[in-house]
Design a protein around this ligand. Structure first.
Ligand code: GDG
Length: 472
């Protein structure tokens, strides 16, 4: 059996239980095959102005049969690659937010430099029959860099975030370079069929790719397979997490403290793609349009800190604080605060209890690759008395979770109506929808996702038989 090599911007220690669903799933596959996980260590090496820092050595650590190999980044590389190009250009554009993109011409050279450095450090660690799985928008050109160094192994890529329609993608000055870099992979996976369709339209229009059937595309003298592989969660692990004392205590305390009220729950990284201000406006509309909810409904919004050094994130924080303050000021009472907003992270072992205490979850991103919170909320519910999921139609998860109440988060009134419907939903209907949703996330869980992707990758034609890769 081939060894699996996973590459992602950050590497998680598979032995630590705090790691999320993705880390757990990848760790499981890595544990089975005895694999290597390569990425950035999270450390930034500071150097004096004008001094070129020495290149980072590879730090190796063994976690059972898995080797974790990491490299540090210099401040300059981190700022251009991670803050600049990945999170200042690719993240906003791929979430359809051209208005927030910072197309500073200097970022792309840092992005490329770090991908080249990753390739230089990774190549000597590779074995001829390794299967390599590269993750996410930070590392799009990594396979091209590896190919230019002569790597002929099978290489797959999974994009965790959306791929926008061709004309939005085309706003990135180097979009053709990025798309060409994708053709260095043997398999490219997207979260949803919508993303796959955008890829199909892009490569046919901009790269004149030939469609060979069965998801195969030919361009730049290379053939790749593209497909939709919606990521799931480890449902059984999440259900088990919900039985731990911290989670049970969280649930009981919330239901006790809010005994007279219905709870709406939102759990998101504080990110402009998650639609938090739109959600607050819909909640305000709910209180205006359906005054019977006043004093009887509380929205608990966790907005965990994220990428605080990226400029665009300061604005969303201030906007959210101001909206929550004004809702509480306008509608609150001496014994009722309509919105409890927390700009902090809740311990993972408490999350299932928080979700289970919710009568309704508000998962209303403006655009999202998948959205795992929606799936975690379903897994955490009591099947006998489940809460209701209000889900944005713009989350990748909406393609699978048809029994949620799907909303357009830009439509404040319709979203308020949907929340009202969720709050009023009879038990029988809640149970019916929840049973169907739980069956879906169980069937299409994170292990299904991993296995499908790796099976599709091992079925691709070996890259070694393709044309030699010319440096981009
Ligand atoms: C990217 C894509 C795609 C959140 N707050 C807390 C907390 N979380 C955890 C959730 C969940 C994860 O973070 C968030 O996952 P999402 O899928 O919602 O979103 P992104 O972070 O944007 O992830 C996304 C995903 O990659 C996977 O491919 O679905 O579309 O953007 O697991 O539980 N965890 C803890 N405390 C918090 O306060 N412990």
């Amino acid at each position: 059996m081939s060894r699996l090599v996973v590459v992602s911007n950050r590497v998680a220690d598979p032995r630590k239980t705090a790691a999320g669903g993705l880390a757990v799933a990848l760790a499981e596959v890595l544990n089975n095959t005895g694999g290597l996980w390569f990425g950035w260590s999270g450390k930034i090496v500071e150097t004096a102005d004008g001094v070129t820092p020495p290149e980072s050595p590879v730090h190796k650590q063994h976690a059972g049969p898995v080797t974790l190999a990491t490299v540090d980044l210099s401040r300059e590389d981190h700022d251009a690659y991670y803050l600049g190009y990945a999170n200042g250009v690719l993240w906003p554009v791929m979430h359809y937010r051209l208005d927030l993109a910072d197309f500073d011409a200097g970022y792309i050279s840092g992005y490329r430099r770090v991908n080249q450095m990753f390739a230089r450090k990774l190549a000597p660690l590779l074995q001829p029959d390794d299967i390599i799985w590269i993750h996410d928008y930070h590392l799009i050109p990594l396979a091209a860099e590896l190919r230019a160094m002569g790597c002929g192994q099978r290489i797959g890529f999974f994009l965790h975030i959306p791929l926008p329609p061709p004309l939005i993608m085309a706003a990135i000055p180097a979009h053709d370079w990025l798309m060409r870099a994708l053709f260095a992979y043997d398999l490219v996976g997207f979260q949803s069929h919508a993303d796959l369709l955008h890829f199909d339209r892009y490569v046919q229009a901009e790269a004149h790719a030939e469609q060979l059937g069965n998801g195969r595309y030919r361009a730049f003298s290379r053939t790749l397979v593209a497909g939709a592989f919606p990521i799931g969660i480890d449902v059984e692990e999440f259900i088990a997490l919900g039985k731990n004392p911290e989670s049970v205590e969280m649930h009981d305390r919330m239901r006790h403290d809010y005994a007279k009220r219905k709870l709406l729950i939102g759990v998101d990284r504080l990110d402009y793609s998650k639609g938090l201000p739109h959600r607050m406006r819909a909640f305000r509309q709910l209180l205006q349009q359906y005054p019977e909810n006043r004093n009887l409904t509380t929205l608990i919004q966790i907005a965990s800190p994220s990428r605080e050094t990226v400029l665009a994130y300061g604005g969303i924080l201030r906007e959210l604080e101001s909206l929550c303050g004004s809702i509480n000021g306008d509608f609150g009472d001496l014994d009722w605060m309509p919105v409890r907003y927390m700009h902090r992270t809740v311990a993972r072992k408490r999350l299932p209890g928080l979700y289970r205490a919710g009568h309704v979850a508000l998962v209303t991103p403006l655009r999202d690759g998948m959205n795992l919170v929606a799936k975690e909320f379903i897994a955490a519910q009591d099947p006998a008395d489940p809460g209701v999921l209000v889900l944005s139609r713009f989350a990748g998860a909406a393609e699978q979770l048809k029994e949620a109440i799907l909303v357009n988060p830009y439509d404040t009134e319709a979203t308020a109506q949907a929340i009202q419907l969720a709050l009023q939903m009879p038990l029988k209907e809640r149970r019916r929808r929840h049973a169907a949703l739980l069956a879906t996330i169980r069937r299409e869980d994170v292990h299904w996702w991993c296995q499908n992707f790796l099976a599709a990758l091992s079925e691709t034609e070996a890259a070694a038989s393709g044309a030699p890769w010319l440096r981009l």
